[in-house]
Write a protein that binds this ligand. Structure first.
Ligand code: ATP
Length: 240
């Protein structure tokens, strides 16, 4: 663990508290009046169609966007703090796309993280034979494992994962989500933005469905799993 990273907190400790969160771009709200909580040890799924406001919500929780209204507390920080500050206080943010440097080798990518490269490999031992290669030559799944392993190596208290599964085969998605679930079982809070409703709800303790910038449904993983087909049909397949 690096000197500045914090171990995951006790299960159930509040990690994200957003009340009436409104956020957007150039003075125009993209999400409005969002109430969202995440505790240590929870996987919370944020579901919705393209443009529903999922990434905007994550960007605001990460400190990259200033809230236009409401209150947001992340990792005990009430005032807006930028991503690098939050990262030093236990935030791991996996943005949409591949968070790796394609020209560097796998080892070099891991060395850029806050945790030890060896620790990242403990989460994904299957990466080890490929780490001397240029990362651009690795498969999409291996690149995503590299990015997630690097984050996990720093023992984050909160992981924000935006479309982790984009373009990946179901077996790889299952592998990535299982590792995230284990991290949560060890006390990390996880917010998982996904369009793959069934896969996300497969590991989620709770979830929120966003539609046109507002929460239209929320509940326990069990409740939402029972309505997964309904959610996919009404809120994911259609336009936001
Ligand atoms: P996707 O699944 O496609 O990533 P999303 O649910 O994450 O969608 P957001 O990316 O949060 O949705 O977008 C919400 C709204 O904000 C959309 O109307 C989008 O056009 C708008 N938006 C997103 N980024 C910007 C930006 N940089 N400037 C202006 N508007 C933006």
């Amino acid at each position: 663990m690096s000197a500045t990273s914090a171990p995951a907190g006790p299960i159930g400790e509040p990690v994200v508290r957003a009340i009436g969160l409104t956020s957007g771009y150039a003075g125009t709200p993209a999400v409005q009046d969002i109430d969202l909580t995440v505790d240590a040890g929870e996987v919370v799924a944020l579901l919705g169609a393209n443009g529903a406001g999922k990434s905007t919500t994550l960007l605001t929780l990460a400190g990259e966007l200033a809230p236009m209204g409401g209150s947001v507390e992340v990792l005990g920080l009430r005032a807006r703090r930028r991503l690098d500050y939050r990262a030093r206080h236990g935030l791991g943010y996996l943005t949409e796309g591949r968070c790796v440097f394609m020209e560097l080798t796998g080892w070099e990518n891991l060395r850029l993280g806050r945790g030890a490269p060896e620790r990242a490999i403990e989460f994904f031992p299957e990466l080890e034979p490929h780490l001397a290669k240029r990362t651009g030559l690795l498969s999409g799944g291996q690149q995503q494992m590299l990015a997630l392993g690097r984050i996990l190596a720093a023992d984050p208290r909160l992981i924000l994962a935006d479309e982790l599964s984009l373009g990946l085969a179901p077996i790889v998605v299952h592998r990535l989500l299982s590792v995230l679930r284990s991290a949560a079982d060890n006390g990390t809070a996880v917010v998982l933005v996904e369009q793959h409703v069934h896969q996300a709800l497969g590991i989620a303790d709770r979830g929120y469905v966003l539609h046109r910038g507002r929460v239209v449904m929320s509940g326990s993983g069990t409740d939402l799993r029972a309505r997964a087909d309904d959610i996919a049909t009404h809120y994911i397949s259609g336009e936001a």
